[in-house]
Ligand binder design. Sequence first.
Ligand code: SAH
Length: 253
Amino acid sequence: MSMVHFVGAGPGARDLITLRGKKLIENADVVIYTGSLVNPELLQDTKEDCEIYNSAKMTLDEVIATMQEAVSRGADIVRLHTGDPSLYGAIREQIDILKQKGIAFDICPGVSSFCAAAAALEAEYTLPSVSQTVIISRVEGRTPVPEREHLGSLAAHGATMVLFLSAAMLEKVSADLISGGLAPETPAAIVYKASWPEEKVLHGTVATLPALGALDTIEKTALVVVGNVLGREYELSRLYAADFSTGFREAKT
Ligand code: SAH
């Protein structure tokens, strides 16, 4: 059946797409991909006669018109978004129009860049006694952020934070986090192009974020990770503690 598949392309590395996502790309007659971020190598899996569109050069109306035209001739369409489509993917506005038009769609999840960044950092975002919460957010830019979610108020939790779309505004990120109550020496890192061959990891603190960013002209495809989970201190998990019984094993005392 002709339909639109929203597919998470993963963070960049060609083999970090799901098996399902790869199969959908292989079967597609039309692929509309987010050219600013998706690794173009993923397009090498398309059929020879697959039509490929770069949505970075298109408006929402043009994307929808392309989908509608393709569906009308029975084509199978992949809308390829970077990472996982649910995060800053602008899929809701596409989905709502497809629903209005009665065009069938489904969604194939992907490995988000925040997961690839953790791997690059060799980090666990949720460490016992340090943080059991991950806040995914962004600094306010041209896209407004609701007042109650401004970085300062989120920082007050002291939880692990992963900031998307913020690497070009590190002065503001640093100032907002500190004004929200984070100690300037709280560990922070910038992960540029996680999982790509040109991946780079820069370690510093909340206070040194602007200087870190200036070291390398890291602007676009980068995440800012903040929190004491990047530090040295934590407690061992209860799950694997010898004196702890679980549904699967008795405590060894
Ligand atoms: N849906 C995507 C995010 C899209 S928003 C996901 O789940 O990852 C685009 C932002 O994502 C970029 O500005 C950058 O902050 C981040 N990003 C995407 N891919 C990245 C990567 N490989 N490494 C670091 N940051 C990345």
